[in-house]
Design a protein around this ligand. Structure first.
Ligand SMILES: Cc1ncc(COP(=O)(O)O)c(C=O)c1O
Length: 442
């Protein structure tokens, strides 16, 4: 199969007709970066409703970890659906949920016994962790980080500090949320160690001195690699510093692995790159290869709330649990390894492009979670925001699906089945798109 293969103008006639109907009846709050209308796909190849084939380096926002419709995941879903589709875990028991909780207890980056709460999405995982942190510590305040994304429901939105449009018009938000600085080694003048130290000092010397007493803080909620914020990889010392601070003050460390988890970084969880152990871990996106599932794993002694304290009718749906069990098996049987190997290859190829494209300011990431930051000038690091958008569009026109992240970065977050050859194709198209945009002077 030749991929990509673009046969029509984009969007093609069928895509245009669907987009027109969408405009009339679907909430306009969704951000559609380009007019892609899917018909079907397989692995890292997606076909639109006009028969155009694209290489997928977006994976439905880092969700389709095993590639879409992996036969083993499809079989697990069909087998479970044929037995029973729903039986609320709030009121009754079913084995797929127990088996998944057992599996998560063995892989979650948490020391000691682990329990899991089941929801349906990343934002629900965040909400569960907020409630749990307040319940367990009997404290109210939360520390999150600028640039972070933890969801869009009322509690998680108060933590999210990514784009103002996500908050504008929705206040007042959850009180007692304080935002600290997240280190950006590329933009720090003093390098990784210094920015880690500065970010830690901000909490210790400013937040805890001027704004909130540490013994009134329930949780520090942090992404081990910032996702929507631009695929920013912090120094290890930053995350370790948060761990020590939390332990010192009896604060729970909540690690948001919603985007960075489930093999994406070449390890099962990004925390493993930093030897980080959390008290609570939130997981969603890639966990069930595209079926809705969001879980909150916690130290068993922390997740000690009584029946009725928290629950969800659909959370941990048996079909989603079956998909997650198949996903974890596939990840363990080689896909995490593939993410590490093909991720290194993709990263090397993208770094090589920096030699000929001054627009590339930084290439960073782990495994198949790679961010490319675009700048107008490498000295001043002026953000190339319009150029970024133009490059994403130019890639789409050539048959490569990518997404932006942060103000001026592009993320490569393909399914973890991406091959070296497909990575080479992605690099070649990205190269052409960079040349086109640089030439157009945008
Ligand atoms: C790190 C992180 N946390 C939480 C969320 C929210 O997940 P959902 O969109 O499933 O609610 C996201 C979504 O992008 C995310 O990237």
């Amino acid at each position: 199969m030749h991929v990509p293969e673009i046969k029509t103008a984009l969007p093609g006639p069928n895509a245009r007709a669907i987009i027109e109907r969408d405009r009339q009846f679907v909430s306009p709050s969704y951000t559609r970066d380009y007019p892609f209308v899917i018909a079907r796909w397989q692995g890292a190849v997606v076909e639109d409703v006009d028969g155009n084939r694209f290489l997928d380096c977006a994976a439905g926002i880092a969700v389709n970890s095993t590639g879409v419709s992996h036969p083993e995941v499809v079989k697990a879903i069909a087998d479970q659906a044929a037995k029973f589709i729903h039986m609320s875990g709030t009121d009754f028991y079913y084995e797929p949920q127990v088996r998944l909780a057992e599996g998560l207890a063995s892989i979650a980056p948490i020391e000691g016994p682990v329990r899991t709460f089941f929801g349906n999405s990343g934002t629900e995982a965040t909400e569960a962790s907020l409630k749990l942190a307040r319940y367990h510590t009997k404290r109210q305040n939360i520390i999150a980080f600028l640039g972070s994304f933890h969801g869009r429901s009322m509690g998680s939105m108060a933590l999210t500090a990514s784009k103002v449009i996500q908050r504008r018009g929705f206040g007042p938000l959850l009180p007692g949320v304080y935002h600290a600085l997240y280190p950006d080694p590329y933009r720090s003048k003093g390098g990784a160690d210094q920015c880690a130290a500065e970010c830690l000092a901000f909490i210790k010397d400013q937040l805890f001195v001027q704004l909130v007493a540490p013994d009134e803080v329930a949780a520090i909620v942090v992404e081990p690699i910032q996702g929507e914020g631009g695929y920013v990889v912090p120094p290890k010392a930053f995350l370790q510093g948060r761990r020590e601070l939390a332990t010192e003050h009896g604060i729970l460390l909540v690690v948001d692995e919603v985007q960075s988890g489930m093999g994406r970084t070449g390890k099962m969880f990004a925390s493993e790159h930093f030897d980080l152990k959390a008290d609570v871990v939130n997981i969603a996106k890639g966990i069930a290869s595209g079926l809705p599932l969001g879980v909150t794993c916690a130290r068993a002694d922390v997740m000690a709330w009584p029946p009725g304290a928290h629950a969800s009718t659909f959370g941990g749906n048996p079909v989603s649990c079956a998909a997650a069990l198949a996903t974890i098996r596939l990840l363990r049987d080689g896909m995490v390894k593939n993410a590490a190997a093909v991720g290194a290859h993709l990263m090397a190829g993208l770094k090589a492009l920096a030699g000929k494209h001054p627009l590339i300011g930084d290439v960073r990431g782990r495994g198949l979670m790679i961010g490319v930051e675009l700048v107008r000038d490498r000295q001043t690091k002026e953000r190339a925001i319009e150029e970024r958008d133009a490059i994403v569009s130019a890639c789409f026109a050539r048959g490569l699906l990518l997404l932006g992240a942060g103000k001026n970065s592009i993320r490569f977050s393909p399914p973890l089945v991406l091959t070296r050859e497909q990575a080479d194709t992605a690099i070649a198209i990205f190269d052409q798109a960079l040349s086109e945009v640089a030439k157009s002077g945008r």
